[in-house]
Design a protein around this ligand. Structure first.
Ligand SMILES: Nc1ncnc2c1ncn2[C@@H]1O[C@H](COP(=O)(O)O)[C@@H](O)[C@H]1O
Ligand SMILES: O=P(O)(O)OC[C@H]1O[C@](O)(COP(=O)(O)O)[C@@H](O)[C@@H]1O
Ligand SMILES: [Mg+2]
Length: 460
């Protein structure tokens, strides 16, 4: 496995579009009970039944937070009311502030793992975000100067007037118990709840000056990881809308592939609005080779594709048989080369039978992914390739054998002959330093090792 990791380090990657500041709160029982006291347990319960899909007022936040705590599922809900900044800041002291967003997390990870070159792009780059990138020669931000493409360190490329995007992250821990009225709730898994800022000023796009250089950037790299589409809004006050930004996003992918047919991984993230989610899935997935997502997100996607019962089963029971079925549907309906699903107890790849990699190679790629996540969960951050070894010391979760058994059963029950499907149990850290960014870490590890393995076989 180490040799595959070493081959992956030789790759160069392009990343776009989201770099945030993650302001992290380690949630304690006292925080939760105080919020419930402030808003009233009956009000919270009622709002939970309404299931608000965006945060406009404090009760929306508390209702969705408690729902996440009750299920132990990773969730993200957009914050659309800028006036709530003060409400949050008066109630929470942020324990840590660090780089966030798929681009921010994956750029620092790959740069610290000594990948050959990482070109990380976000349409906004304020000083605060730029300072959070690791300052290494292999991590560069693309700018256009005198009509030429120049790759600079982020700290030399920030723009004074760019807005800072801060997301609030609530890290919750398995076993935390609290009361909602007479109901005692115990959090079943550790995870994170993201309050994702969604404001007018931040557009998910490649700025017009850089756009003509995307074919050149494509030539400079071996693959691209794209994410942030979840930040597109339905409508903007200047008349632009989601269709406009999705058309631009599709153009970007075509331009990146224009001079060299690089593979594209799309990291999916929670999109609460059903209409918007459907638009992102139908516009973007068919242009991607590989897509990554967690168990809440696969359920959301299946809902949008018209499989609500299967979606509910995956969300509530996380059964392997249902995930295999759901994965096959997504792979085929959206014509992907490979789909990677990360869940608390297992990671899965689903691809077609004619994929050049063997099942054993696909498993190796997932092993690299879970090892990196275990290293990040243990250390809080991955600072050098040496940290990979920390991940190797983390044992597989206690349901490892059960996972393998259930998978064999699922294969017997379902039609899987036309596919290669592999599964591995996760290396699960009992007391993670933090969980935000673990999915991004898994997907970066999986996609880059997938590319390295294809390259070894002369297939890429
Ligand atoms: N404590 C943990 N140790 C190792 N890996 C973990 C831990 N908690 C979660 N994970 C993995 O990370 C993903 C999270 O993905 P998101 O996209 O961030 O939801 C989870 O599925 C586990 O595979
Ligand atoms: O959708 P946004 O606002 O760009 O935010 C994405 C959020 O997802 C993260 O990238 C983490 O994702 P994962 O926990 O799924 O890996 C956060 O760092 C970030 O705040
Ligand atoms: Mg994720």
């Amino acid at each position: 496995m180490i040799d595959v990791f070493q081959d992956a380090q030789k790759l160069s990657l392009y990343l776009a579009y989201n770099v945030n500041v993650d302001a992290i709160v380690y949630l304690r029982k006292e925080h939760i009970e105080k919020l419930i006291r402030e808003l009233g347990s009956e009000n919270v319960r009622r709002r939970m039944e309404d299931y608000p899909r965006e945060i406009n007022e404090p009760i929306d936040f508390v209702a969705r937070l408690i729902h996440a705590l009750k299920t132990g599922k990773p969730m993200a809900v957009p914050l659309v009311n800028e006036e709530m900044h003060t409400w949050f800041d008066e109630r929470f002291k942020y324990n840590v502030e660090r780089i966030g967003g798929q681009v921010g997390i994956i750029a620092n990870l790959l740069a610290n793992l000594d990948f050959k070159k990482v070109i990380a792009y976000s349409p906004i780059l304020a000083k605060r975000q730029a300072q959070m990138f690791v300052n290494k020669p292999n991590l560069l931000y693309p700018v256009v100067e005198n009509g030429e493409l120049v790759l600079k360190k982020p700290i030399e490329a920030y723009r004074e007037n760019d807005p800072v995007k801060v997301n609030r992250i609530f890290e919750f821990r398995k076993g935390t118990r609290f009361k909602l009225g007479n109901e005692v709730i115990e959090v079943p898994h550790s995870g994170r709840f993201i309050v994702a800022s969604r404001f007018e000023s931040i557009r998910i796009e490649t700025k017009e000056d850089l756009k003509p250089f995307l074919p050149k950037i494509g030539e400079l790299v071996d693959g691209a990881i794209l994410s942030g589409y979840q930040g597109i809004k339905k409508r903007y006050s200047d008349g632009k809308d989601a269709n406009y930004y999705l058309r631009k996003a599709k153009e970007d992918i075509r331009l990146l592939k224009k001079n060299k047919d690089i593979k594209i991984h799309v990291e999916f993230a929670s999109i609460q609005d059903r209409e918007l989610r459907k638009k992102v899935i139908y516009n973007i997935f068919p242009l991607a080779d590989s897509v990554g997502m967690d168990e809440s997100e696969i359920a959301h996607i299946l809902n949008s594709l018209g499989y609500p019962k299967l979606a509910d089963r995956i969300f509530n029971y996380n059964r392997i048989e249902d995930t295999v079925l759901g994965g096959k549907i997504i792979l085929d309906e959206l014509n992907l080369e490979i789909l990677q699903i990360h869940t608390i107890y297992y990671l899965m790849y689903i691809t077609h039978k004619d994929n050049p990699l063997s099942e054993d190679e696909l498993r190796q790629s997932l092993e690299i992914a879970t090892t990196l996540a275990a290293a990040r969960a243990s250390l809080g951050d991955i600072k050098s390739p040496e940290d990979f070894k920390v991940g190797l010391r983390v044992p597989y979760n206690e349901y490892g054998e059960f996972v393998k058994l259930r998978f064999e059963e699922a294969k017997r029950k379902l039609r899987t002959r036309e596919y290669k499907i592999v599964i591995i149990p996760t290396r699960l850290v009992k007391n993670p330093v933090s969980t935000v960014g673990l999915g991004d870490t898994i997907s970066a590890g999986a996609f880059t090792s997938y590319l390295a393995l294809l390259r070894r076989k002369g297939m890429y």
